[in-house]
Write a new protein. Structure first.
Length: 306
């Protein structure tokens, strides 16, 4: 398709997934596009809806800069939304809260896709290496395990990220500035407190942000929630001891680290970083290597003890 100033659709649901660019990011992109006098890459769309290149589109229209359009095909809207989440996770160096948000949103889109699969409306949309869990009839919430395989986090973490994403959406609905601040980490607040914050009124949310309250006190609610009804006392069953629990947890954590480091290798620009930052990173990597070597030594010693 030839280059011109196309008129495309900005869909709020797709736009909400986009990275939140700073004024500096906007200015740099604007200067580059004005100097080039055309967009260096096509803007990807689905049914004329912009998928990921909102910043480029906005600046091109502001200065009447021509650009190409790449039309993409997806089976459904949920497929397109999932593609956007995966694209940002793989290609953008995002703040950790925004990365968690995208994984949580991706999981919700995957649940919609799997619902269509279970109802016979479509074939399985994921590669076979991520769907082996479907053969296990004893596992519940199999979609969480598929998401776990794709995004290298535990199924439990996937569910937590989904709740976090829902909370951020609710906060954005009440006060977009606060919701965006949580994703960019300019308002530092835990996932648990983000979920509590989402339950508050817009006025209380604005107050928490204005006063920098990252841990909500018990008296911060507008109204005290009703006390839950007491359930009939039951004999507590002790959980079965899992001797591999600690090792499995550490393995999942290391996989998540490895995924983050691989993403860093793909998109980082070390030549632009300060010497101090590079030295700190190198020192942390040395400590990580030393600790990993000690763990490997412990594994060998345990094998010899058997």
């Amino acid at each position: 398709m030839s280059k011109k100033c196309h008129h495309l659709i900005i869909d709020d649901e797709f736009k909400a997934l986009s990275p939140i660019y700073s004024k500096e990011d906007y200015t740099k992109t604007e200067v580059n596009l004005v100097l080039l006098e055309s967009a260096p890459y096509p803007i990807k769309v689905w049914r004329n809806i912009i998928l990921t290149d909102f910043l480029c589109y906005q600046i091109c229209h502001k200065h009447s800069i021509p650009f190409e359009v790449e039309r993409m095909s997806f089976y459904s809207r949920n497929d397109a939304l999932l593609y956007v989440c995966e694209t940002y996770i793989q290609t953008e160096y995002l703040p950790e809260p925004h990365n968690r948000y995208l994984i949580g949103k991706a999981y919700s889109f995957m649940r919609n896709l799997m619902s269509d699969v279970y109802h016979g409306k479509r074939s399985l949309p994921f590669p076979k290496e991520h769907t082996q869990i479907l053969d296990n009839k004893y596992v519940k919430n199999k979609t969480a395990f598929i998401a776990s395989s794709i995004f290298h986090v535990s199924p439990t973490t996937v569910a937590k990220y989904s709740n976090f994403a829902t909370a951020v959406d609710e906060i954005r609905r009440k006060n977009k500035t606060v919701g965006d601040a949580i994703l960019t980490q300019s308002f530092r607040i835990s996932m648990e407190n983000t979920m509590l914050l989402a339950k508050l009124s817009p006025a209380r949310i604005a107050q928490a942000y204005r006063e920098g309250i990252s841990k909500l006190p018990d008296n911060f609610y507008d109204e005290q929630p009703p006390l839950p009804q007491k359930a009939n006392p039951q004999i507590k069953q002790m959980p079965v001891y899992d001797r591999d629990a600690e090792l499995s947890s550490l393995t999942l954590t290391i996989n998540a680290w490895n995924s983050s480091m691989e993403r860093f290798l793909r998109i980082s620009k070390l030549c632009l970083a300060s010497e101090e930052a590079k030295e700190k990173l190198n020192s942390s990597l040395v400590k990580l290597c030393d600790t990993a070597s000690l763990i490997q030594l412990k594994i060998k010693e345990s094998d010899n003890e058997q």
